[in-house]
Design a protein around this ligand. Structure first.
Ligand code: CMP
Length: 251
């Protein structure tokens, strides 16, 4: 696909691509996988594709900041992002990691209020972007989009409730085990011995996802590594299934 960059002054360093046919193929491939558009006919999907623009960001670039006034919806065609809250001191709390096929920006899209969180590209990423006006028109045309979007919102709310429960009731080690359980489920390859292999994360990255200090994560990780619940293997973690049994025992 030959894409020609065309800088969009609305949103920082992003690039916008105008190869219409290439865009259509890319957006069409993913639109059916986005829950909000799942129930649309192929004909409607093909019409809707024309309303999207394509934007790319490099790893580490901010797509938008919490409190920004933008209202577009983003679908991840390639790459991944973290949805994050930043304290004034520059500390981060990562609310969610989103990957290919996921969407974000639906909250401001729905209520027109400022962004509830910042979104940062975790790797080089390409997004299909839909303006609020276009999305509202699409809902009027196909009300089932709204029903499907509600289901996704409820799923995010359930995840957020689970997260709040962890923060309120679980100790750092238990939160960390929960995070590893999620990683094992989402990306873990199972070995013959029943361990899970996931990408290695720094202590800082782990701390930002469990709401703990880097120092306390380092302490817990040291303990888990010394009793072989987690094994560091180059750029991977091997997670022993005993780790999850520990969580059951601790409740
Ligand atoms: P919006 O508020 O428009 O911009 C930030 C986006 O981050 C938000 O829409 C959602 O798409 C996403 N977001 C905010 N909070 C969460 C959360 N707890 N879990 C997953 N995604 C979220």
């Amino acid at each position: 696909m030959s894409l020609s960059p065309d800088h969009d002054p609305r949103q920082g360093t992003q690039e916008c691509y105008n190869d219409l046919e290439g865009n259509k193929r890319l957006v069409g491939k993913f639109l059916k996988r986005v829950p909000a558009f799942r129930s649309l006919s192929d004909k409607r999907i093909n019409q809707l594709i024309n309303d999207f623009t394509i934007h790319t960001f490099h790893a580490g670039e901010t797509v938008f900041y919490q409190t920004d006034n933008s209202t577009d919806l983003y679908i991840i065609l390639e790459g991944g992002v973290k949805v994050t809250l930043l304290s004034e001191e520059g500390e981060e709390f990562v609310l969610a990691d989103l990957h290919q096929g996921d969407f974000f920006g639906e909250m401001s899209l729905i209520d027109g209020k400022p962004r509830s969180a910042s979104v940062i590209a975790d790797e080089d990423s390409t997004f299909a972007v839909l303006e609020r006006k276009r999305f509202l028109e699409a809902i009027k045309h196909d009300p089932e989009i709204a029903i499907d979007l509600l289901k996704s919102l409820v799923e995010r709310l359930r995840n957020a409730t689970e997260r709040e429960e962890s923060l309120a009731f679980l100790a750092v080690q238990q939160r960390l085990v929960r995070l590893f359980m999620k990683l094992a489920k989402d990306e873990g390859m199972k070995t013959a011995e029943g361990s899970y292999v996931v990408k290695k994360r720094t202590h800082k990255e782990i701390a930002e996802r469990v709401g703990a200090s880097r120092e306390s994560i380092s302490k817990v990780m040291k303990r888990l590594i010394s009793n072989k619940r987690i094994i560091e293997d180059g750029d991977r973690f091997l997670i022993s299934r005993d780790l999850f049994e520990d969580l059951d025992v601790q409740g």
